[in-house]
Design a protein around this ligand. Structure first.
Ligand SMILES: Cc1cc2nc3c(=O)[nH]c(=O)nc-3n(C[C@H](O)[C@H](O)[C@H](O)COP(=O)(O)O)c2cc1C
Length: 198
């Protein structure tokens, strides 16, 4: 059974509304590890060896974060900068991550309509997340379409948030169980549409 690692990066968890609820939705699942990066490394002093070992021990890596300035919060970038070392993650002798799956799970303030070519933000989410896609490619990982919840600030707590929680839990369970068609998941614009709500 594939084991899922959720790298959670939110610099203000106490203020989070949506990511907090998404995290709640997947807590306690068997074979799913939640690793809160800002809690573990408030001073950004990442334990590279420990993080590399954690990556090796999992098959599916989900980077869960609010969308900040069209990307992930700073500690997620610092994590990639330090942990994905040459000779570990890439290069002729760096094969530790070969074949593992990587995806972003993210929430945006902006609405879905803004993330279109010709829209207010001019680019799609997949386009904006291209650095993660290419990072996965260089590390010989499989990059899947992102799980995205748009319009976080306006989402109704009883309907929108609950539906997003259901979708996210279904996604993580499907990733854990190897129940997702990875070719379709890699090709999609958003992975949300590939999972049921149950
Ligand atoms: C520093 C900062 C940068 C942000 N940048 C963006 C952005 O580029 N695009 C966007 O749609 N929302 C942006 N937002 C809004 C957040 O994505 C939104 O507040 C978050 O997804 C809500 O999730 P939460 O309730 O878990 O905090 C930004 C918010 C902050 C604080």
């Amino acid at each position: 059974m594939p084991r899922v690692l959720v790298l959670f990066a939110h610099p203000a968890y106490e203020k989070s509304r949506l990511n907090r609820r998404l995290l709640q939705a997947i807590r306690g699942l068997d074979d799913v590890t939640i690793h809160d990066l800002y809690e573990a490394y408030p001073d950004f002093q990442i334990d590279v060896a420990a993080e590399q070992a954690r990556l090796v021990a999992h098959d599916v890596i989900v980077v869960q974060h609010p969308f900040y300035w069209y990307s992930a919060p700073a500690l997620a970038k610092e994590y990639l900068d330090l942990v994905l070392e040459h000779g570990f993650a890439y290069g002729s002798t760096g094969h530790a991550l070969d074949g593992k799956v990587l995806l972003n799970a993210t929430t945006t303030g902006g609405p879905e309509a803004a993330y279109q070519v010709g829209g207010r933000n001019r680019y799609t989410m997949r386009q904006l997340l291209a650095p993660f896609d290419q990072t996965a490619y260089l590390c010989r990982m499989r990059y899947l379409a992102p799980f995205v919840v748009h319009g976080a600030l306006r989402l109704d707590p009883d309907t929108g948030c609950t539906e997003a929680q259901r979708q996210y839990r279904s996604l993580v369970v499907a990733l854990r169980d190897g129940a997702l068609d990875l070719d379709r998941a890699a090709a999609a614009e958003r992975i949300n549409d590939l999972v049921g709500g149950a």
